[in-house]
Design a protein around this ligand. Structure first.
Ligand SMILES: Nc1ncnc2c1ncn2[C@@H]1O[C@H](COP(=O)(O)OP(=O)(O)OP(=O)(O)O)[C@@H](O)[C@H]1O
Ligand SMILES: [Mg+2]
Length: 330
């Protein structure tokens, strides 16, 4: 559901992934579909364990998936029926949450950023020059080339991780909670940097985060995940001011409110995410939803589309200004 006029850079259709464990099967991705246009940021939000990192691994070619298609810039990858490790995608870069574990402590910054360039044959002075240019793009001076990760602050380490991700000029970056390990002021600098880089290069972002404030600042559209499914998607301003899915409403209500004049519309979300092994029947959110009715417990909602940009999986969507659905609880 990207704007009809813009061709997608990334298109994901019907992605499914089951992890087989000793305790049972986990449907980590249960039919995930979305698009991202060039220069667009899609934020992916949802509680821990809902499948965000699994989706990122599939997009990066680091993990297989069972059904569905991933199309990046016109090149489609279809599900592999047997486990075969796909080559990591060159057109997609990645930045993880914790730079301390994603940067090799034994490598200097020149090698960390230069490694993806060496694999495409860039060497010697050309390599140093390109690394310096990338450092400059992320706001670090040329003196950083000789430093090791432990000689950098957390924010500087994440800048190096971003430079490395950008080295081969990917059309898209996957950012898996890139600012979650940083303190608030450093977080703000990194977000500003990401915004500036996108404005310059038209790179697309899939931004995975728990922080709805970050979504509001950086993203154009948001996809809300719950137990392996996208339960609501749409432009950030529409979804945040007028959510359709009670889970989206609950996530928004869970954000701390500093202004005492702004009262909560309802109590924040109760209970835990159900076990992904023993998923509830019908709508997965129904056991935690105060508006669930018998239809919600009996059947799985399919996507309801609202215009070209919004969609949600709910039998009793909320409407503007409503603190709850009009459906009677039963
Ligand atoms: N390699 C694996 N083997 C078995 N189960 C896995 C594996 N990786 C993830 N899972 C399970 O799949 C589900 C989705 O996990 P995933 O890491 O994608 O969640 P997430 O949304 O990224 O969570 P978080 O916000 O905590 O990072 C979870 O129930 C998780 O326990
Ligand atoms: Mg994760």
């Amino acid at each position: 559901m990207s704007p009809a006029s813009t061709p997608s850079l990334l298109s994901v259709a019907g992605l499914r992934k089951v992890y087989t464990t000793r305790h049972g099967d986990i449907k980590a991705l249960d039919g995930v579909s979305f698009d991202i246009a060039p220069g667009e940021t899609l934020a992916l939000v949802g509680e821990s364990g809902c499948g965000k990192s699994t989706l990122a691994s599939a997009l990066l070619g680091l993990a297989s998936f069972d059904t569905g298609t991933i199309t990046i810039d016109g090149n489609a990858t279809t599900a592999h029926s047997r486990w075969t490790k796909m080559p990591p995608r060159r057109d997609v870069g990645v930045v993880f949450q914790n730079p301390q574990s994603s940067l090799d402590p034994k490598m200097k910054v020149r090698s960390i950023i230069g490694e993806p360039l060496q694999t495409i044959g860039v060497r010697g002075d050309a390599l140093t020059e390109r690394v310096t240019e990338l450092l400059n793009q992320v706001g670090l001076g040329p003196e950083f080339v000789r430093r090791y990760p432990h000689q950098l602050s957390g924010g500087q380490q994440q800048r190096v991780a971003i430079a490395r991700a950008l080295a081969r000029e990917p059309r898209m970056l996957i950012l898996d909670e890139p600012t979650a390990a940083l303190d608030v002021s450093v977080q703000a600098q990194i977000l500003k940097l990401l915004k500036a880089l996108q404005a310059k290069s038209n790179v697309s972002y899939l931004f995975i985060t728990h922080d709805l404030g970050v979504v509001d600042y950086l993203a154009h559209r948001v996809a809300v995940m719950y137990l392996g499914r996208i339960v609501e998607t749409g432009p950030v301003s529409d979804v945040f001011t007028d959510p359709r899915h009670p889970y989206t409403r609950a996530l928004l209500d869970a954000v701390p409110v500093i202004d005492p004049s702004r009262r909560r519309q309802q109590a924040p979300l109760d209970g835990e995410v159900p076990s992904p092994i023993n998923r509830p029947s019908g709508c997965s959110f129904s056991p935690r939803c105060r508006w669930a009715t018998s239809v919600c417990r009996a059947s799985e909602p399919q996507i309801f589309e609202e215009g070209q940009q919004r969609g949600y999986l709910c039998f009793h969507p909320m409407s503007r200004g409503e603190s709850g659905s009009s459906a009677e609880s039963s």
